[in-house]
Ligand binder design. Structure first.
Ligand code: NAP
Length: 266
């Protein structure tokens, strides 16, 4: 299938649907007629989005869950696929960052990035991909980042988690392609969302920021056609290419100087 219209009538799970890119991905899928399972911690946000999407004629379920909890993916699975829904599309989007000098950063924020950005992604993927393999049909999007292409000092753990996401998605994609399942790594650049407030990284919100809607539009089109990697922003495509040819120590040094927190900032 090479057309997002083919998602019509299928169930799509979106993690991190309460804000930013996740909300935009849910809206984009609904615009192609997909039914939505929305999950995140903020129930009222999910309720409001569900009401909006139901108004567009699609069926919507909500599962409130905290992906810091290793049991949460199983609870999401039990409430959906385990309860008889056929989940054909999985959007592994929930994530967070933490901008800080590593030696001063709150350890729980560091570990939360590993739990939500990596552990939960693997658990959700493992649970939902097994029935997809049985059905010989399915699509999974893993939201990585352009931060996955090189180290990012002061977002060191975050960039490492996103490298994990991208490499994980590419590996899984190669494994399950023979069963007719498509897996795409989405690598957004700076995108309009709540990410920078959560990460306390407001200074990186550039004027050239891309809208979450445009990221979602490109991501869902790429997922439908089975593209392995999508970098939705030109600048991101350019830097992803550049870092292949420059020494990683040089790139990391330049980023370290540019990103170093100013006195009293982080
Ligand atoms: N914005 C960017 O510039 C950018 C660039 C590249 C990649 N990304 C990636 O895009 C994805 C979405 O981020 P965003 O930019 O849309 O940020 P956002 O606006 O802050 O949204 C993050 C989403 O993740 C959910 N989430 C966070 N922690 C969670 C937890 N413990 N349990 C369940 N859900 C949790 C949040 O929901 P609740 O708070 O309601 O739980 C929210 O829905 C992330 O994976 C991020 O790394 C963002």
């Amino acid at each position: 299938m090479a057309n997002p219209q083919d998602f019509r009538g299928k169930w799509a799970l979106v993690t991190g649907a309460s804000a930013g890119i996740g909300t935009a991905l849910a809206r984009e899928l609904a615009s192609h007629g997909a039914n939505l399972i929305l999950t995140a911690r903020r129930a009222e946000r999910l309720e409001a989005l569900a009401a909006e999407l139901r108004g567009r004629g699609v069926d919507v379920r909500i599962v409130v869950a905290d992906l810091n909890d290793p049991i949460a993916p199983q609870q999401i699975f039990d409430a959906t696929e385990g309860a008889g829904l056929t989940v054909d599309i999985v959007i592994n989007n929930a994530g967070l960052g933490q901008y800080s000098a590593f030696h001063e950063s709150p350890i729980e924020q560091e570990m939360s990035q590993i739990r939500v950005n990596c552990e939960a992604v693997v658990r959700v993927a493992r649970l939902f991909i097994a029935p997809m393999v049985k059905r010989r049909r399915g699509w999974m999007l893993v939201v990585a980042s352009t931060a996955s292409f090189q180290p990012v000092p002061y977002l060191s753990t975050y960039a490492a988690t996103k490298a994990f996401d991208r490499i994980f998605a590419l590996g899984i994609a190669a494994e399950v392609a023979r069963f007719g399942i498509k897996v795409t790594a989405l690598c957004p650049g700076t995108t309009e969302s709540e990410f920078f407030e959560v990460a306390r990284a407001g200074r990186f919100k550039r004027r050239s920021i891309q809208s979450a809607e445009e990221v979602a539009r490109q991501a869902i089109a790429a997922l439908a056609r089975g593209q392995r990697t999508i970098i939705p922003y030109f600048n991101g495509r350019f830097t992803a290419l550049l870092v292949r040819f420059l020494p990683v120590t040089l790139i990391t040094h330049v980023i370290e100087r540019a990103a170093r927190p100013r006195t009293g900032e982080a």
